[in-house]
Ligand binder design. Structure first.
Ligand code: FAD
Length: 545
């Protein structure tokens, strides 16, 4: 099937859905999403959205905190754009029907104010939240509006395989790029019918989220396989700063708990980290103790675990009144109880896990990639907001502000579009004609990549470990390339190709940076070196045309 649309959106998290609602007034919109519409990192977000509403807060303070966390690599213009744009985007969500918590003391006033949480690295209370399920509330409201919109069509279980650019269209070849290319849509696999469709679009938006699944332990759901980063790199776009992978310090440690995060807000409300003997240890690592930035806390836990040989450390909030804990963290409380942990009465066992990708597809301040008519926003993008380390809860704010900024630019771009650019695309070439009979190879390679990344490219890195990872990944890549073209494409195979590529790009970026900064820590170069390395790590595939 060939499908024509004005705006093609890849991904149905907060970034894709918000952008869709904004551009739908100007043209037809197709959202393709590889599983159900709600399957996203967004729906898992617990803590909330960082934004300036507090009486004691200011834009300058939020900017200062974001720059401090980014450790010298943030783009100041982008930081200002996102911080100053936050409150208006949150008011827009409230108008759409999102129910954020309001301050208890002001509940009865005619204009009650939002209840603000505190998280690590923030000098003021500024986390707007809907209990401890902020993302689910956002996603639910946005999905409702998207379904109600006559101009928006949603294609669930449709997985984008590759972008279509003018050079691929003309040469019918997936490896050539001139770097002066136009994007005119994507090839998309309908997972139910196993058919590849051509989606022809005036503007294409990548809103395909993060890449946590590249690592063995992650807080991310299964969709987070870095598809947007891999697709855009293959198409010739620039990707940047992939060495900066944020590890969340506190995921529930339990054999049956897959990806369950214990929000930073627990530490914001007075939770403390202790070891097996009940000893507090964060004061030995940072003056902000348990509220230090995530990378500091994750490294501290990693060090403690390596020293003690224990499987986990513990997060203890049992000293707070049980009613308060249950009311503030209803979801966490229930989930922990499901796994036999009563957080009101005992400490929660926790370990760090891959959580957020600060790098991604490089964009300008309007969300444009360097392939024309291809935009990237949300976690898949590298806008320059996070620098070397994301400040907690800045990502939802970034996705909202960039959905607005990029939508306005994309509409202008669309209106000045040369229709001929979207006129003709070739159908997907069924390179492999038979179904795979060796799926064991796919699952084996998945495991090997994720284990290799966890062991050698994790929280603490060294040149030797990175070199070892590179060698392993090169072998796996060669096997996948050989296998990929021999069989009909299938979701697992597409994702395997993507995680292998993203893993390779992370290693390349990490090997390139000969210093430690933000989330990237290499024991060979433990210091930050501003003279040589205060710059982004930028990768672009070589021109092979
Ligand atoms: C457990 C957890 C808690 C978090 N808590 C917070 C928080 O409190 N505050 C905060 O600011 N941030 C938080 N984050 C981060 C934040 O949730 C994400 O960065 C943000 O939601 C990303 O939104 P997105 O729209 O870019 O991507 P996502 O919400 O991940 O959506 C990506 C979409 O793309 C689709 N997709 C991917 N590949 C393809 C493909 N090939 N074809 C078609 N569709 C595809 C996916 O199915 C999905 O629909 C948290 C993340 C996690 C995992």
């Amino acid at each position: 099937m060939e499908m024509k649309t004005d705006f093609l959106i890849i991904g149905s998290g907060v970034a894709g859905l918000t952008f869709a609602l904004k551009v739908a007034r100007h043209g037809t919109v197709a959202i393709v999403t590889k599983k159900g519409i709600m399957d996203s990192n967004t729906a898992r977000a617990q803590g909330g959205i960082a934004s300036v509403f507090g009486k004691l807060d200011s834009f300058d303070l939020h900017i200062e905190d974001t720059l401090a966390s980014g450790d010298g690599l943030c783009n100041q213009e982008v930081v200002e754009l996102v911080v100053k744009g936050g409150p208006q985007r949150i008011r827009e969500l409230i108008d759409l029907g999102v129910q954020f918590n309001i301050s208890k003391e002001e509940e009865d006033l005619p204009e009650p104010s939002l209840d603000l949480g505190q998280e690590g690295g923030h000098s003021r209370k500024r986390i707007v939240h809907a209990n401890d399920m902020t993302g689910l509330e956002l996603e639910t409201v946005l999905v409702k509006h998207v379904h109600d919109h006559a101009n928006i069509q949603v294609f669930e279980n449709h997985m984008a395989i590759d972008l279509i650019t003018v050079s691929t269209r003309m040469k019918r070849c997936m490896v050539t790029t001139t770097h002066e290319d136009f994007c005119c849509g994507a090839y998309v696999l309908d997972a139910e019918t196993q058919t590849v469709h051509t989606f022809n679009a005036g503007i294409t938006l990548l809103a395909s989220g993060g890449a946590g699944k590249v690592y063995m332990y992650t807080s991310n759901p299964d969709i987070a396989t870095g598809d947007g980063i891999a697709m855009s790199y293959r198409a010739g776009a620039t990707v940047a700063n992939l060495e900066f992978v944020q590890f969340h310090p506190t995921c529930l440690y339990h054999p049956e708990a897959k990806n369950f995060l214990i929000s930073e807000a627990v530490r914001g409300e007075g939770g403390i980290l202790v070891d097996t003997s009940g000893r507090r240890f964060m004061e030995a690592y940072d003056p902000q103790k348990d509220l230090a930035c995530r990378d500091v806390v994750a490294r501290a836990i990693d060090t403690e675990l390596k020293k003690s040989g224990d499987d986990s450390v513990y997060l203890d909030i049992s000293h707070k009144p049980a009613d308060f804990v249950k009311q503030r963290f209803p979801n966490l409380y229930d989930k922990c109880l499901d796994f036999g942990v009563d957080m009101t009465a005992e400490p929660i066992p926790v370990v760090p896990a891959a959580h957020y990708m600060c790098g991604g597809v490089a964009t300008d301040v309007m969300g444009r990639t360097d392939i024309q008519r291809l935009y990237a926003i949300g976690e898949t993008a590298c806008t320059g907001l996070h620098g070397a380390n994301r400040l907690a809860s800045n990502s939802l704010c970034e996705a909202l502000v960039y959905a607005d900024t990029a939508a306005r630019q994309a509409v202008t771009d669309f209106k000045s579009n040369d229709a001929a650019m979207t006129a003709e695309t070739f159908p997907w070439d069924e390179v492999g004609t038979t179904d795979s009979d060796e799926l064991i190879m796919v699952s084996h390679n998945w495991d090997e990549i994720r284990r290799c990344m966890w062991n050698y490219v994790g929280i603490v890195r060294s040149d030797k470990r990175l070199a070892r990872a590179r060698r392993r990944l090169e072998n796996i890549q060669a096997e996948i390339d050989e296998y990929y073209w021999g069989f009909r494409v299938a979701p697992d195979l597409i994702e395997l190709r993507n995680i292998a590529m993203v893993a390779e790009l992370i290693v390349k970026c990490a090997m390139h940076r000969k210093e430690s900064r933000g989330l990237h820590y290499n024991i060979q170069y433990p210091q930050r070196d501003d003279r040589r390395w205060r710059k982004d790590t930028v990768l672009r595939r070589p021109f092979v045309g």
